[in-house]
Design a protein around this ligand. Structure first.
Ligand SMILES: [Fe+2]
Length: 439
């Protein structure tokens, strides 16, 4: 039997959207049927559906699990208070249409003990989880492994972008090790926990209440490029052995915008075999095939989309996950930093490492920024000066990884974000030195 905590056996399957199959014990996975009268080893068959049964094939998500205990074995849920975790537009505050930027939240002090769930701090919210629209962006500070605590989110899927520290993510379908530069995608309704093999960690999280993230269409790009499906890694089945039958577990569930907790009689990470396409995965952004102009001008930044959560309006995403990775800039007679612009879509940005080319100062790793719908933004005065000076030789933007959660729904910052003390009150001054031209 493959054990969850066996680092020597940490392997993956590959392919975004594939029908995967895996077993921790040979012969545990039924062949030719999903629901045999007597599954091997007395296992219980259980189905998780990440879409309506009748969703079109392209959007249909479901996984069959064969486990030691069915997940109905749980106590009654009781409310669990969590001051930092907010849900939907209703839990944000009205903020002026200013560009906003935040300094990083400091790593937790040694005297503060926070696991990945306790350390969740919601920064911006929109939509409505009950209506399956919108998203929240969270910042996570954690310095304690979850141990015998599992988490499950009925309100949305979770896209986890570690910024500092490695995350060992145990899921019902197996284990994912995720380091800064990679991200993990954890489906709605699937149980998981995060342990911290390297100590304290800081991460960004998109909690997506809307349609599950999928790969964007490629149009004239063709059949290759951007994030290639085979570079997404999916766990193999593994069972948490050390919790044993006597190891009680706490299960925390997010449901209806609130947290709840109950006790489980044993580890929920007891799935011996599974098959399906409703699966967790991880992706290394170093594999992203960056596409840009090789003549003049820029494509729109949508060319950097890794995954998209579509809304009911074609081409207008509930959320796009967009990265700005290292890349060559070769365009001639072109202002190479991002242009000044206003956008129907609302943009929440973070920085995993390095310096973002439009804001070399002030936008720091672990920090964040918000440019809501129709809020003008663009390069600061220094970036403008550099972008307009000098010969345009090819050069490589290196050592930097910024990302954006872009949504059609206006973001409301949380009260915590507005009052945390990390809001950069001088952000808009970064454009003071610009113009006037023509004199
Ligand atoms: Fe923008």
């Amino acid at each position: 039997m493959r054990a969850m905590n066996d680092d020597r056996d940490l392997s993956y399957q590959s392919g975004f959207g594939n029908q995967h199959a895996s077993e921790a014990l040979p012969g545990a996975l039924p062949m030719g049927r999903n629901n045999p009268q007597q599954p091997a080893h007395g296992l219980f068959a259980e189905l998780i559906s990440g879409s309506a049964f009748t969703a079109p094939r392209v959007a249909n998500l479901r996984t069959w699990m064969y486990r030691r205990r069915p997940s109905v074995q749980a106590g009654a849920f009781e409310p669990l208070a969590h001051e930092g975790w907010k849900t939907g537009a209703r839990e944000g505050v009205l903020a002026p249409p200013d560009p906003m930027r935040w300094l990083p939240l400091p790593m937790p002090a040694a005297t503060q003990s926070l696991d990945f769930i306790e350390g969740m701090r919601t920064w911006v919210v929109n939509g409505d989880e009950a209506a399956h629209t919108g998203m929240a962006a969270h910042l996570v500070l954690a310095n304690r492994s979850m141990g015998h605590k599992a988490f499950v989110n009925a309100d949305g899927e979770m896209l986890v972008v570690p910024q500092q520290g490695r995350l060992a993510i145990t899921t019902e379908l197996g284990r994912l090790d995720v380091k800064p530069g990679e991200f993990a995608l954890l489906p709605r309704g699937l149980m998981w926990k995060v342990d911290l093999p390297d100590g304290a960690a800081r991460a960004y999280v998109c909690e997506n209440y809307g349609a599950p993230f999928r790969l964007p269409e490629l149009g004239p790009i063709g059949s290759n490029g951007l994030a290639n499906p085979r570079d997404f890694l999916v766990p193999v089945a593994a069972v948490e052995e050390d919790a044993g039958d006597s190891g009680e577990y706490e299960l925390v569930k997010k449901h209806g915008g609130a947290l709840w907790r109950t006790r489980l009689p044993a580890t929920p990470f007891d799935v011996v075999a599974w098959h399906g396409n409703d699966v967790p995965c991880k992706y290394d952004t170093a594999n992203f095939v960056v596409i840009g102009s090789i003549s003049h001008d820029h494509p729109d930044p949508s060319i950097f989309t890794v995954l998209t959560s579509p809304s009911d309006t074609p081409g207008t995403a509930n959320c796009d996950f967009v990265i700005f990775p290292p890349r060559w800039l070769v365009m001639e007679d072109t202002f190479r930093p991002p242009w000044y612009h206003r956008n129907l879509m609302s943009e929440f940005m973070g920085l995993v490492y390095g310096r973002y080319d439009a804001k070399e100062e002030g936008f720091l790793p672990g920090g964040s920024s918000l440019h809501n719908s129709m809020v003008p933004h663009g390069p600061d005065a220094d970036a403008y000066a550099k972008g307009t000076a000098g010969p345009q030789v090819p050069y490589k933007l290196e050592g930097s990884l910024a990302f954006m959660f872009e949504s059609r729904w206006l973001f409301r910052p949380t009260r915590l974000a507005m009052e945390s003390g990390t809001l950069d009150r001088n952000y808009a001054r970064c454009w003071d030195g610009l113009g006037p031209a023509g004199t």
